[in-house]
Design a binder for this molecule. Structure first.
Ligand code: ADP
Ligand code: ASP
Ligand code: MG
Length: 400
């Protein structure tokens, strides 16, 4: 079998943990499998490198940021290859470009175009364990790129997809995907299985356990994922197309605090207002999430919406002219908000799920500012200060 194993930053944080990973990897290798290992930078290395750059130039050129951040993974791959050799197995470490990762040129958020996996194949054929740097690649100008935070998950799935691996295991510091972040909610339960669609929603709505692009790619190429702990020897969570678990309504609760809410008060209650407003936001390349428009009263209405926190100021700047020209009374951005969501394919066919969620929030005396729903999720926007309590209350309602 060809097995791709990915180890996150906490799994390779220090020498002891690197040796632990080497033991997991060599065990599979000794069973006769071809093993490709993808690793992230050790512990908080990526954050530390970002801090270092900010000390020198907070507006650093994105190309240079990628050059810097790619160094984190280079340390992990070489150390892990050394650890594997210490345990008596042959290994070779490869940077993203050596492993054939070709990406777009969008530094910091590059997209994988292709993995030219000949080199990996070659090394495997020479009976080596291949250790690949996650999170990085090379663009058409042969400049280093990175894939965005948490991007090593996507690197692992891309290798698994392009080499038709039999298994892609994402090793991390928890035992799988839970009904809520197990570090915040001690009563959270591990799921045996979850569908791609549910996992994609969950990842997009703030559960960092898998990067959402990795799930998107896994679904597209049919790569079955297993999220599993590198510290305990227990079965993890399988992410796949169809699952045979008894119908569980809701799978998990997620929280996202990386949000800004933009409020425009006193827009004329006439056709075309939303169109004009959101075309300015689109022109500024800002993604809009939840949108709420009030009922018109006395000839005016209010429009509010959410954007990623980093785009809050840019959204306000993009709307200043518009607000002046239509005579809006107020334009503001607030970042002290959070989005709490429940995800589950079962809710599509069950009434009353939303009411149950709102009841939990009401009992906890938490005010809902915005609501958004789809077939498999319900999200509410609330004050950031209430977020932890909200997750606990909603989790208790559905799972405890
Ligand atoms: P890695 O460094 O291995 O990539 P991450 O920190 O990116 O690990 O992701 C693992 C973390 O995701 C866990 O430590 C946990 O706190 C968090 N997490 C958030 N939501 C969930 C969830 N529903 N199930 C499991 N873990 C979750
Ligand atoms: N080291 C990168 C990060 O911290 C990539 C990853 O961990 O997946 O975001
Ligand atoms: Mg991660």
């Amino acid at each position: 079998m060809l097995i791709v194993q990915k180890f996150g930053g906490s799994s390779v944080a220090d020498a002891e943990r690197v040796m632990n990973v080497a033991r997991i990897v060599t065990e599979k290798y000794r069973q006769g499998h071809d093993v490709v290992v993808v690793v992230s930078a050790q512990g908080d290395t990526t954050d530390d490198l970002i801090d270092k750059a900010n000390e020198i130039n907070p507006h650093a050129n994105k190309r240079e940021m990628d050059m810097l951040l790619a160094a984190g993974e280079q340390i992990s791959i070489s150390l892990l290859a050394m650890a594997i050799e210490k345990l008596g197995c042959p290994a070779v470490s490869l940077l993203g470009w050596q492993a054939g990762f070709q990406t777009s040129s969008k530094h910091g958020v590059a997209r994988i175009r292709k993995v030219k996996s000949e080199r990996i194949r070659n090394e495997l054929d020479q009976k080596k364990i291949v250790v690949v740097a996650g999170f990085q690649g090379l663009d058409k100008n042969e400049d280093m790129t990175t894939l965005g935070r948490g991007g090593s998950d996507t690197s692992a799935v891309a290798i698994a997809a392009s080499m038709h691996a039999d298994l892609c295991q994402i090793y991390t510091d928890v035992e799988g995907v839970y009904t809520a972040d197990p570090r915040k909610i001690p009563a959270a339960k591990k799921l045996d299985e979850i569908t791609y669609d549910e996992m994609l929603e969950l990842a997009t709505l703030g559960a960092q356990v898998l990067n959402n692009r990795s799930v998107e790619m896994a679904k597209k190429y049919g790569v079955e994922l297993e999220v599993i702990s590198s510290f305990t020897n227990r079965p993890g969570t399988k992410v796949k197309e169809v699952i045979n678990m008894e119908k569980m309504l809701i799978k998990s609760v997620a929280k996202d605090t990386d949000i800004a809410r933009i409020v425009v008060v006193g827009v004329p209650d006439e056709p075309g207002m939303a169109f004009k407003l959101f075309s300015r936001i689109a022109k500024a390349h800002i993604n809009v999430d939840i949108i709420l428009q009030s009922v018109g009263r006395d000839g005016t209405k209010d429009i509010s919406f959410t954007v990623p926190k980093k785009d809050g100021e840019a959204a306000v700047a993009a709307l200043r002219d518009y607000c002046d020209s239509v005579g809006a009374l107020e334009l503001s951005a607030r970042t002290d908000v959070a989005k709490v969501s429940i995800v589950g394919a079962g809710m599509e066919t069950h009434e009353g799920v939303a009411a149950q969620m709102f009841e939990a929030l009401s009992d906890a005396n938490i005010n809902i500012r915005m609501i958004s729903t789809s077939e498999i999720k319900i999200s509410v926007l609330i004050d950031a200060d209430d977020a932890e309590r909200a997750v606990a209350a909603v989790h208790a309602k559905f799972f405890e």
